[in-house]
Write a protein that binds this ligand. Structure first.
Ligand code: MTE
Ligand code: CO
Length: 421
């Protein structure tokens, strides 16, 4: 085979690319420094026998990771039982949120439910009202799906300008886990739907007794009655032992501690879909039923809680993107406030209504940066700027802010939340 033949040329091309990548990686490490005690000395942990296999029956992270935690914003937390904390997005990678780090939003605190005493009731416009125990539910066929849950209020504090300093606080009302659950359709079919059955009203067993009206098309499409997240039983914070999963739709509809589903012929217009979770427009009208979450993205590193500590040179930028309408085939990234856009590298599974991970590797010359990311979803929708959003929605809104986020990074690598227009 000659040097010029196809496969061999391709192979050489591949090797060159491989070398370039190798070089780039090596530039991230330091040359061997003689006398570095981290290499030459016996470390303490090399000199004792560690914990045995009986010491940690339920595992937990290294003590050196204790800063990785859900946090709340003091001025948003007048009362902790009706409040929110935030997922530390800047500490995570890939697409799955570990169970202990999923943000929590509850209106009446965490219900601690004994699953043996828990029931799911189906009533209203059905042929036979039914009550299921957890054991009954375990006999239905189940499915596994990875979905994001985003609170409609995520990024809500940023409508009128840059406010909270960190993607944990600006974008951390989201988590992405694998649910194991029963298609809601199967449970509704078991009870038998009357011909005028057009809506469902899921109800929580917590003190807030949360309810939301969900149209029947969605209930029969992809909703799940879930009992597991990331393989284990739901955490109490996330609705143990049952929660409704409403893929791609605002988090408020994902009723936790699910105890009852009423079937009706029209929406109920309860508190959570009238005085709350509606979007007040400039002319005084409020948008009703904004269920689907629009495509959105955020750069998680660098970001205010995750400055660039290594100085100039090879830098890894990463972030997450998601859409309530499908997948994210593409994310664009700019490091100069939108003068030049670059297509980011998508990595990891691309699943519908799930978080996606993107990376953009670049050589930082040490000058200030304006970082932004822009998601494109599988319907062709492109994430708008905050100004574009405000043009249509005015400035009264809290919910459904999917505008492009900007981080300013100074020469020292310190990042802060800003807006460019
Ligand atoms: N379900 C019940 N029963 N009680 C609640 O307070 N909060 C809702 C929804 N389901 C809530 C609920 C809101 S506003 C959101 S954003 C999500 O649950 C939050 O889910 P999480 O706590 O798993 O993040
Ligand atoms: Co919410």
């Amino acid at each position: 085979m000659t040097e010029k033949s196809g496969p061999s040329t391709t192979r050489r091309g591949f090797l060159k690319a491989g070398l370039a990548a190798g070089g780039a990686v090596a530039s991230g490490g330091a040359a061997y420094a003689a006398g570095d005690p981290a290499i030459t000395e016996l470390q303490p942990w090399m000199q004792y026998l560690g914990d045995g296999v009986d010491a940690r029956p339920y595992g937990y992270p290294s003590e050196f990771e204790s800063h990785v935690k859900r946090r709340n914003v003091e001025w948003l937390t007048a009362d902790t039982v009706s409040s929110v904390n935030f997922t530390p997005l800047h500490e995570l990678d890939g697409i799955i949120t570990p169970n202990g780090l999923c943000f929590e939003r509850h209106h009446g605190g965490i219900a601690e439910i004994d699953p043996a005493q828990h029931r799911l009731m189906i009533n209203g416009l059905v042929d036979k009202p039914l009550v299921f125990t957890m054991q009954d539910l375990m006999r239905f066929p189940r499915e596994n799906h990875v979905y994001f849950l985003e609170c409609a209020a995520n990024t809500g504090m940023e409508w009128r300008g840059a406010q909270l300093n960190g993607c944990q606080f600006t974008h951390g009302m989201i988590h992405n886990v694998m649910y194991t659950g029963i298609p809601l359709k199967l449970i509704l079919e078991e009870a038998g739907l009357k011909t005028n059955a057009k809506w469902i009203l899921p109800e929580g067993a917590d003190a807030s007794g949360m309810t939301r009206s969900v149209p029947m098309e969605k209930a029969l499409d992809d909703c799940l009655v879930a009992f597991k997240m990331n393989g284990e039983m739901l955490r109490p914070e996330q609705g143990y032992p049952l929660r409704l999963v409403v893929p791609g739709w605002e988090g408020n509809m994902w009723v936790k501690w699910l105890r009852r589903i009423e079937v009706g012929d029209k929406p109920w217009h309860h508190r959570e879909e009238t005085s709350k979770y509606t979007d007040l427009l400039e002319n005084g009208d409020a948008r009703r039923f904004t269920w689907e979450m629009d495509a959105k993205s955020v750069i998680t590193n660098p970001s205010p809680q995750a400055p660039i500590l290594h100085g100039k040179g090879h830098t890894v930028l990463t972030g997450v993107a998601w859409s309530g309408r499908g997948t994210i085939p593409r994310v664009d990234v700019t490091i100069d406030g939108g003068k030049n856009w670059h297509q980011a590298r998508m990595d990891g599974p691309s699943l519908t209504k799930s978080m996606h991970r993107f990376y953009y590797e670049f050589d930082w010359d040490g000058s200030p940066l304006l970082l932004q990311s822009r998601a494109h979803d599988s319907t062709g929708y492109v994430q708008p700027t905050k100004d574009e959003l405000r043009k249509f929605r005015g400035e009264n809104s809290i919910y459904h802010n999917n505008g492009i986020q900007t981080w300013y990074v100074n020469e020292k690598g310190i990042a802060e939340n800003v807006e460019v227009s």
